[in-house]
Write a protein that binds this ligand. Structure first.
Ligand code: AMP
Ligand code: MG
Length: 297
């Protein structure tokens, strides 16, 4: 793990400085990004949980505005999509539970992507993704995503090299279309170290209640750690865009990871700048009707 660069001027101690976790354009060296600790947050775990509670309250208000906008504007309403990627045990599932669990489930769309089915394999790799995007007024999260098709697919040679090569551009075009359709997009790599993964895998083996999360294939993937890191570096470098950015989030501390992702979502919702939809009726008239009416009469 490398040391993080010095905080920017104007660093706000009540929140994580997300701009420091945002990928910079250019070559990516994941070894230079921290995997643990709580960089850019000036506080301990208790302070982090307090900060999360503050973010959660605002998230809830903002998401209700989004749901309301979806109801009133229909297909014209915006949406937000968070793409979550990371090695096994990096905390994708925990992030979905802890952060998206703060939201009104009616406005949330969760999609997990496992190995493609035989039917899915007969189509282009993006074929199964498009139908799982968030609808108007929804906040969506992808637990793994179309990025697996340039990660595991590259590491395990599941497609010819020229097809893998084609996919980076196809992903950028696809994501540009998603943005053009009114969806704000943010992509997160939950970054952990191989040591952290070992202890998390051991914890899964030690606890029968966690066996369902374990797969013997996780150990095969772990053996290819360096190849996966390289595949991530290429994918991040080639798909980082101003309006579809990557964030590399140190995921060794769960409270910190949750705070960062909640803040990211909050910022995306803030950027939609949503007001409450105006009423399609006259409240004074409805109030008068309600006062004058006696349903038991
Ligand atoms: P998990 O997220 O631990 O339930 O595991 C899902 C598994 O599906 C992982 O091993 C992924 O690498 C695999 N997977 C997801 N998407 C793809 C894909 N497009 N091609 C091949 N394997 C995939
Ligand atoms: Mg797994």
């Amino acid at each position: 793990m490398s040391t993080a660069p010095a905080p920017r001027a104007g660093w706000d101690s009540g929140r994580v400085d997300l701009s420091s976790l945002r990928l910079r354009p250019g070559p990516v060296d994941l070894a230079s990004h921290p995997t643990s600790g709580s960089p850019w947050f000036d506080g301990d775990k208790a302070a982090g949980k307090e900060a999360l509670a503050t973010v959660a309250a605002e998230l809830s208000d903002l998401q209700e505005r989004l749901v309301a906008t979806g109801r009133s504007h229909g297909a014209g309403a915006p949406s937000v999509l968070l793409v979550l990627q990371g090695m096994d045990t990096s905390g994708k599932g925990g992030t979905v539970r802890k952060v998206f669990g703060l939201l009104d489930p009616q406005g949330v769309r969760v999609a997990s992507f496992g190995a493609p089915t035989p039917d899915e394999l007969t189509h282009d790799f993006l074929w199964r993704v498009a139908p799982r995007l968030p609808g108007p007024g929804q906040v969506g999260v992808f637990d793994r995503s179309h990025y697996e098709d340039v990660l595991v697919a590259r590491v395990r040679s599941l497609a010819p090299p020229e097809e893998i090569e084609r996919r980076y551009g196809a992903i950028n075009d696809f994501e540009a279309g998603v943005r053009a359709g009114g969806t704000r997009l943010v992509k997160v790599l939950l970054h952990i170290s191989p040591d952290e993964q070992r202890s998390r895998l051991l914890a899964r083996l030690d606890d029968p209640a966690k066996h369902w999360k374990f797969s013997p294939a996780d150990i095969d993937d772990r053996a290819l750690w360096a190849d996966y890191q390289r595949a991530y570096e290429v994918a991040l470098e080639r798909t980082h865009r101003e309006d579809a950015p990557w964030y590399v989030v140190p995921a060794g501390s769960k409270w910190y990871r949750n705070l960062v992702v909640a803040q990211l979502l909050r910022d995306e919702l803030r950027a939609l700048d949503l007001s409450w939809p105006s009423a399609s009726f006259d409240p004074d008239e409805q109030r008068r009707r309600l006062t004058e009416q006696d349903p038991l009469a």
